[in-house]
Design a protein around this ligand. Structure first.
Ligand SMILES: Nc1ncnc2c1ncn2[C@@H]1O[C@H](COP(=O)(O)OP(=O)(O)OP(=O)(O)O)[C@@H](O)[C@H]1O
Length: 271
């Protein structure tokens, strides 16, 4: 096996790298520290438009940190320092002239635990649209559209104006959070283990939804579940100890990985 030092010095193994012209997000030599602890080491990777990219790797390898770097969510943690660039449609979101609040508003995020607001289903989805100044019948149409696209409409159409989002089941709440995220039509949707709190049926519904969403959006998903990564993603990133070890088409990562660490991880011989 490669030593930690070698791992941190080595180049990411890449298969069919994403051309610049197809990238919605282009991460360039990104390193990140929480105080004195370095969590990401010199990561360069492109996330292609209208595709699903999965980030996998052992616990603590930096999956969530990389995901949260894509919308500057990490800036909310005191003592975070970032080096490198994240180009989003060609603009470096870490440029001092860029407002992190605007970045977060522009990029949708769905968390591990569904986090609806204590408001009606309608108001949960309307929230971001209202901030954008959408009102009246257009607001209503866009809320309904988002609920339909999140595959929740049929289950809530009779009660969405009066019932609290908190009264839905866990799987429904997660689809509500997805509806809330996509209502404002963000080109990029980040998902941090979106099904880890859900049962198999709700998980299946979310996975089906992710496959549909990529027709309109670019999705990046962190998952612990390798079968899920294999089912929903076009490309997969394998991380270890803050390093991007290998990236490429999902099929290659799961059937013909090139790095011994990737192979050990996907065959369950890791650690
Ligand atoms: N807010 C924080 N302050 C300090 N260290 C942090 C913070 N968040 C994460 N870390 C550290 O950074 C490293 C990467 O964490 P991260 O949560 O990105 O990993 P992960 O691969 O998503 O893990 P898991 O699969 O367990 O969720 C870990 O060593 C973690 O302890």
């Amino acid at each position: 096996m490669v030593s930690l030092e070698q791992l941190r010095e080595h180049q990411t193994v890449r298969t069919d790298p994403v051309p610049e012209s197809q990238a919605l997000v282009d991460v360039r030599q990104l390193s990140l520290w929480y105080g004195t602890k370095q969590a990401l080491y010199d990561i360069s990777v492109r996330f292609p438009k209208n595709q699903v990219t999965a980030i996998i790797g052992p616990s603590g390898c930096g999956k969530s940190t990389l995901l949260r770097s894509l919308n500057r969510m990490n800036d909310l943690v005191p003592g975070v320092r970032v080096k490198g660039e994240v180009l989003y449609e060609g603009v470096n979101i870490y440029d001092p002239r860029v407002d992190p609040v605007a970045v977060r508003r522009h990029i949708g995020m769905v968390f591990q635990k569904p986090n609806p607001f204590p408001k009606t289903i309608f108001e949960n989805v309307a929230f971001g649209l209202r901030l954008m100044g959408v009102k009246g019948s257009e607001l209503e149409d866009r809320v309904v559209e988002a609920l339909k696209r999140a595959a929740l409409w049929e289950e809530v159409k009779d009660r969405f104006k009066k019932e609290s989002g908190l009264r839905l089941s866990g799987g429904q709440q997660q689809r509500l959070c997805i509806a809330r995220a996509i209502a404002v039509e963000p080109p990029l949707l980040l998902m941090d283990e979106p099904t880890s709190a859900l049962d198999p049926i709700a998980t299946q519904a979310i996975e089906d939804l992710i496959l549909e969403l990529k027709e309109r959006y670019t999705v990046v998903i962190v998952t612990h579940n390798m079968q899920q990564a294999a089912r929903v993603s076009d490309r997969t990133l394998f991380m270890h100890l803050g390093v991007l070890v290998e990236e490429g088409p999902t099929e290659v990562i799961f059937t013909k990985p090139k790095h011994p660490y990737t192979e050990a991880y996907i065959t369950g011989r890791f650690g």
